[in-house]
Design a binder for this molecule. Sequence first.
Ligand SMILES: *Cc1c(COP(=O)(O)O)cnc(C)c1O
Length: 468
Amino acid sequence: MPVPKERKATIMANQNNIPYKIYLEESEMPKYWYNVRADMKNKPAPLLNPGTHEPMTAQELAGVFCDELIAQELDNDTREYPIPREIADFYKMYRPSPLVRAYCLEEKLQTPAKIYYKFEGNNTSGSHKLNSAIAQAYYAKKQGLKGVTTETGAGQWGTALSMACSYFDLDCKVFMVKVSYEQKPFRREVMRTYGASVTPSPSDTTEVGRKILAEHPGTTGSLGCAISEAVEVAVTNPGYRYVLGSVLNQVLLHQSVIGMETKIALDKYGVRPDIIIGCAGGGSNLGGLIAPFMGEKLRGEADYRIIAVEPSSCPSFTRGVYAYDFCDTGMICPLAKMYTLGSNFIPAPNHAGGLRYHGMSPILSQLYDDGYMEAVSVPQTKVFEAAEQFARVEGILPAPESSHAIRVAIDEALKCKETGEEKTIIFGLTGTGYFDMVAYEKYHEGKMDDYIPTDEELAKFAATLPKF
Ligand SMILES: *Cc1c(COP(=O)(O)O)cnc(C)c1O
């Protein structure tokens, strides 16, 4: 691709001594995860026992989750968690992730805005999920467990967890939504390469799976059903626990490594962001990216515009309700207070599998409700348009989920073009899209639609929220 002279000049001149790609030195790497809850005046609401509606105790959670992860989940006060050496060593294999100045995109858009992205796709699993997978596998190993169980929809979480488990020599049982198991054989094989067993869900290997199969023969499964199977296997097999890749407080804690690296890099070069943007499925990458910036905002030390981006087909923040709801369709998990569309909500089959969750992180839900962040929803054809525009100038082939953030970063940069403002925009580029080429194909062939649920449909699901 020929590079116009002016652009090359900008990159090469390196005017403010800021590298085109900022990588931290090993000695500059974050030493701890930052727990944003410590600085929140209004703490996220506690998980409730679905039977008694009382806050879940560590003891009640102990059959399902690893002990140290439970402690992290329930800890609203400890500000800093030192990153254990074993995890820091693993992070060295693919971190720091680069913070890249999108000069080529800026030039393409002819915007005065400065755009940066933090790229989390630089590892084999292809997304930020590995940051928490390795932490969860570490605590499971430390507890002397044999293995962990989980569910995966699109497959990113299952892939990340398989890698993490093979590193610590833990058994990993993944229940993969049957339709994805059949449609995404390559993801499945990556997981098996890393030693995980992958079972299409619903399966006849669990009681709940057999029940669902008897009631709905021929079903292609759902995330909620896969969660129920994974939890059943964890609680009925000694030496196993269940792990989850998003939504939970502990996952946001681990993902704060993204934001810590970003903050250290920006501070080093004296760059101050005006706008921070991230896609939001269960909220873990966004919660991680914004953590230290949100901390400053909560403590009144700085102000930033923070924008969550979600698909119009699954608009938890922008059109959901803030209420206690089940985390799974099977209604066996604890109740969480969050922005939700209702645990029965089944989003239209959009192509950003990682953003198709009915709820949202309780931490982000509380911050959003308190007015510390904004949210927008975008239709998927607009998302793929942005993905393609980005890929053509910046080179990276983005995941459909990540492209939601690209869409809004471009929109904000175009606003700057109109007003002439030189804002600094940072967005999270959560992963790569090599396993999503069927979605890109649909887009290229004009076969992608933008289904947006009606108010009536959303009201129907909202009416099924648990009442007490
Ligand atoms: C899972 C996933 C997401 C969404 O999950 P969050 O918990 O909201 O971060 C975003 N991007 C990619 C690439 C993913 O795999």
